[in-house]
Design a protein around this ligand. Structure first.
Ligand code: F6P
Length: 353
């Protein structure tokens, strides 16, 4: 088995609260096992440009509670080319980096697959507020983002109640409605619009009219960012159809910052520690996943295909190299995830009349 002397760690793509906690866990877990760590700054760009610095156990003190990523982040076009990937691998060899832990979303994992293909063992840790990585129940940053969104929408609800208004709130989530759904359920929204499930616009208008006629004073509608322009449309439609004065708010990037919640710190720490164990045991091309409360590694390439299957983005012949058993398992995982989403959505609808 390969002897690891030095590993690298980087954060890439959209930042997420808890990334620092994951970096801390990676650094400390490796150091206590006698392995040096270098922090690679600005994601894959920093790898190609050799922007890195050795990190000691103490260097990662006092960052557990900080939002953002002290290693900075980037979306690097150059790393998408074979040339860029070869340059990055050459830098790893030059610097004696035997393996890399990459922290981010699906773009980051595609980079991890490419780096592994260049002979550098790579392990991924899912961190994105959107929770849009199908292979894991939760991604680092999601819990903080929903809690921040929730506290902001609670405030909007107060002012709606005072003035008998509606407020349509667009929350983050380009490809996944998870933030919208969980915030919507937790605030008791009268309507939740997400990309994954057709929205019953007439049903919403009926509910608001019934509420209005029975003395209800606040109406919160949550819309996922992925439904571009839909929140503004609803904010116009509601007053026209119901006479209820309506405001619009977009929470946007403000929920991507801030101190991570306990749950995100725990998830980041467990995943960071496990990622290092896997790497030092000679494993590679894996992503850490939380499934039913335990941290289970999954092959990154498999996880990316699963993700595409769930999002209906699989191209012709993309599963060619997989066995019937693998494909059946992927379909079952997607069906389970879909069932859970639909079940939650229907519950939200039943409980918000
Ligand atoms: O981190 C995920 C996310 O917040 C999405 O919800 C959003 O669409 C995207 O990032 C926006 O990212 P940026 O503005 O950094 O390109």
């Amino acid at each position: 088995m390969q002897k690891f002397r030095k590993i690298g760690v980087l954060t890439s793509g959209g930042d997420a609260p808890g990334m620092n906690a994951a970096v801390r866990a990676v650094v400390r877990s490796a150091i206590v096992q006698g392995v040096e760590v270098v922090g690679i700054y600005k994601g894959y760009r920093g790898l190609i440009d050799n922007i890195m610095k050795p990190l000691s156990y103490r260097d990662v003190s006092g960052i557990l509670h900080e939002g953002g990523t002290f290693l900075y982040s980037d979306r690097c076009q150059r790393f998408r080319t074979l040339e860029g990937q070869q340059e990055a691998a050459a830098i790893c060899r030059k610097e004696g980096i035997d393996g890399v832990v990459v922290i981010g979303g699906d773009g980051t994992f595609r980079g991890g697959v490419d780096l592994t293909a260049q002979g550098i063992p790579t392990i991924g840790i899912p961190a994105t507020i959107d929770n849009d990585i199908t292979s894991t129940d939760y991604t680092i940053g999601f819990d903080t983002a929903v809690n921040t969104s929730l506290s902001m929408v609670d405030r909007l609800r107060d002012t709606c109640e005072s003035l008998a208004r509606a407020n349509v709130v667009e929350v983050m989530g380009r490809d996944a409605g998870d933030i919208a759904l969980e915030v919507g359920i937790s605030i008791g929204a009268i309507g939740i619009a997400i990309k994954e499930i057709p929205f019953d616009e007439d049903g919403l208008i009926d509910k608001i009219k019934q509420g209005r006629d029975s003395g209800k004073r606040n109406y919160i509608v949550i819309v996922a960012e992925g439904l571009v322009g839909y929140a503004e449309h609803l904010a116009k439609l509601i007053p026209e159809e119901t006479g209820v004065e309506t405001r619009f708010a977009r929470l946007a990037h403000v929920v991507r910052g801030g101190s991570p919640t306990l749950r995100d710190r725990m998830l980041a720490t467990r995943m960071g520690d496990k990622a290092v164990q896997c790497l030092l045991q000679g494993e590679s091309n894996l992503v850490m996943c939380e499934r039913n409360g335990t941290i289970e590694p999954m092959d990154i390439t498999y996880a990316l295909k699963l993700d595409k299957m769930y999002k209906n983005k699989l191209g012709e012949g993309e599963l060619r190299s997989y066995s019937i058993a693998d494909i059946t398992e992927m379909r079952a995982l997607c069906a389970e995830k879909r069932r859970e989403l639909v079940g939650m959505y229907e519950m939200a609808d039943r409980l918000s009349k």
